[in-house]
Design a protein around this ligand. Structure first.
Ligand SMILES: Nc1ncnc2c1ncn2[C@@H]1O[C@H](COP(=O)(O)OP(=O)(O)OP(=O)(O)O)[C@@H](O)[C@H]1O
Ligand SMILES: Nc1ccn([C@@H]2O[C@H](COP(=O)(O)O)[C@@H](O)[C@H]2O)c(=O)n1
Ligand SMILES: [Mg+2]
Length: 212
């Protein structure tokens, strides 16, 4: 009985065509703790594999700067290491994907919790090709964040501790969700940047631009 009920949902997930604004898109979710190196490696992937990088955190910070009515709420959430309501972040991601001519996207720092994950799937009907997970110890991530020097309001020890807690409590379960569906490709992100990228390159080899 359970099998009969469950089967259609599984089939639907497998055959999903990721259509958005009239184009078929490939989306890779890039996840990992704060300071694990998501943004750094996304920049390398963009250069070598022609993806467009959409960082949910960057989009939220741009929204604050734009003077949006949600700006104060977003800034407060970021300072507290909390996750902004999905409707806000999904709207920003969806607009960015539609506006961009590319059809291959790295979605960095999203989905950050179960609400993000379920709402994105419901609204966009997009499921990720895979989830790239940068695995790194808190000790190493803390060192990196305190040395980042980009003037971020959340790169202070008090907020960093809160971000780690949010990651463990809310984001790791999302990675578990995809892991149980064999969608997670885990990378040892504690290694030096070029070595991490060697591992990333192996994963992205199927997406290498064709030689002319
Ligand atoms: N493998 C690495 N080894 C040492 N330092 C690194 C490594 N990867 C990134 N860094 C440095 O660590 C800092 C954080 O990296 P990055 O901004 O890419 O992390 P992130 O995962 O995007 O963090 P956040 O979630 O806070 O946006 C940067 O200063 C970056 O130069
Ligand atoms: N899906 C998301 C992503 C991010 N946030 C908020 O932005 C902060 C910074 O994100 P980074 O990926 O740049 O580290 C994060 O701590 C959250 O406060 C979010 O709410 N939802
Ligand atoms: Mg980042």
């Amino acid at each position: 009985m359970g099998t009969v009920v469950d089967a259609p949902a599984v089939v639907a997930e497998e055959v999903t065509e990721n259509m958005l604004g009239g184009k078929k898109v490939t989306a890779v979710f890039v996840l990992g703790g704060p300071g694990s190196g998501k943004g750094t490696q996304c920049a390398n992937i963009v250069e070598h594999f022609g993806f467009t990088h959409l960082s949910a955190g960057d989009l939220l910070r741009a929204e604050i700067k734009s003077g949006s009515e949600n700006g104060t709420m977003i800034e407060n959430m970021i300072k507290e290491g909390k996750i902004v309501p999905s409707e806000v972040t999904i709207k920003l991601l969806q607009e960015a994907m539609i506006k961009n001519e590319n059809d291959k996207f790295l979605i960095d720092g999203f989905p950050r919790n179960e609400e993000n994950r379920a709402a994105f799937e419901n609204v966009t009907k997009i499921s990720p090709a895979f989830v790239l997970f940068f695995d790194c110890s808190e000790k190493e991530m803390e060192k990196r964040l305190l040395g980042r020097n980009q003037g971020r309001v959340d790169d202070n020890i008090e907020t960093i501790k809160k971000r780690f807690k949010t990651f463990v409590e809310s984001s790791l379960p999302v990675i578990e969700h995809y892991n149980s569906r064999d969608k997670v490709k885990k990378i040892d992100a504690a290694k030096p940047i070029p070595e991490v990228f060697e591992d990333v390159k192996t994963i992205f080899a199927p997406y290498a631009p064709k030689a002319e």
